[in-house]
Write a protein that binds this ligand. Structure first.
Ligand SMILES: [Cu+2]
Length: 100
């Protein structure tokens, strides 16, 4: 677990060069905003501003590692459609992404 934690601390450095079109904040065990419209091919930055570890996934699209508070992750939405971004750790967390 300690080794995993150290690895997670390094990951923001590995993704910091990625381009993102909007930012989603994870706080209070919620995504904020809870719904967003983007263009197909755009990316979202997910920032964990919570006191809890979070994770993000879209079934069939991506499934991240656990993210400790302060971490940022960029995910791309290459296809048009409506997607539900969820967190394995907190099943009630939901973000709806409309990619046009
Ligand atoms: Cu969570």
């Amino acid at each position: 677990m300690k080794a995993l934690f150290c690895l997670l601390l390094l990951m923001p450095l590995m993704t910091s060069g990625a381009f993102a079109d909007a930012t989603i904040v994870q706080k209070g065990r919620r995504f904020n905003p809870g719904e967003i419209t983007i263009r197909r091919g755009e990316s979202l930055t997910f920032t964990n501003n919570d006191e809890f570890i979070h994770q993000i996934y879209v079934t069939g699209l991506f499934d991240s590692d656990e993210r400790v508070p302060g971490q940022t992750l960029v995910e791309n939405f290459p296809q048009a459609g409506t997607f539900e971004v969820r967190c394995h750790i907190h099943p009630k967390m939901k973000l709806v992404v409309h990619a046009n």
